[in-house]
Design a protein around this ligand. Structure first.
Ligand code: ADP
Ligand code: MG
Length: 214
């Protein structure tokens, strides 16, 4: 593992004309309790989903690191309160022009009983709790929610890689990099070949996938 970034980082990643194999990578699971670090320590909540074994979307060779893509959430109170495109869907971790672009392309049709699709930034990392034999997936949804959504089902379409897992000298440096990750995710997803993949029907398929929160 390398140290933190010292030089300026690129503001988009992945080819402009759309994701290349192995992307899109699909992964889904139920939102579970994590270690409570996301919101309290970093101010950036991450919805944790279990990853059984080493495989990510059927691939054994996916690197640990930070990725971007679209997240479909099963219907709940959280998806019904000011859905993605509405005005009061305030979200503070993106620069405001980008915020508008993304919310205008996020879920057309508004609140629906099918669930909702949001832009996301996620990390795949080794989980120290299980002596680094199990990996965990943590997803930050780029949207302001009024309530949490533990127990909801989440379908992920991973479209690109941002950076490897890094060692950090300070929490401040880590937070700075996560904010850059969110900006890179937003800009990368706003490109049409990536934006249009929010309509992948898979993202709103929850039937037969275990518990769906109500
Ligand atoms: P945990 O350690 O249990 O994962 P976090 O502090 O990381 O706790 O918060 C994550 C939880 O917060 C999610 O499971 C979800 O229910 C809720 N949440 C609220 N807003 C968001 C968001 N924008 N992105 C991800 N999770 C969110
Ligand atoms: Mg978390």
């Amino acid at each position: 593992m390398s140290n933190h970034h010292d030089s300026p980082r690129p503001l988009v990643t992945g080819p402009d004309d759309g994701p290349e194999p192995p992307y899109p990578l699909r992964l889904d699971g139920k939102v579970i309790k994590g270690f409570g670090r996301g919101s309290s320590e970093l101010g950036i909540p991450t919805a944790n989903i279990p990853l059984s074994g080493l495989s990510v979307g059927g691939h054994e060779d996916v690197d640990s690191g930070v990725y971007y893509g679209w997240a479909g959430l099963s219907p709940s109170k959280a998806t019904h309160q000011h859905p993605p495109h509405t005005q009061n869907a305030k979200y503070s971790h993106l620069s405001s022009p980008l915020q508008e672009t993304l919310s205008s392309i996020a879920t057309e049709g508004g609140a629906s009983d099918k669930g909702a699709v949001y832009p996301m930034c996620m990390s795949i990392g080794w989980n120290p709790f299980y002596k680094n034999t199990v990996r965990s997936v943590e997803v930050h949804i780029m949207h302001h929610f009024e309530t949490d959504f533990y127990g909801s089902h989440m379908n992920l379409s991973i479209l690109g890689f941002i950076r490897p897992e890094l060692d950090y000298v300070s929490k401040e440096k880590l937070i700075e990099d996560i904010k850059t990750d969110i900006e890179v995710s937003g800009r990368s997803l706003a490109r049409e070949p990536y934006a249009k993949l929010r309509r992948d029907p898979y993202l709103l398929e929850f039937e037969g996938k275990g518990e769906v929160a109500s």
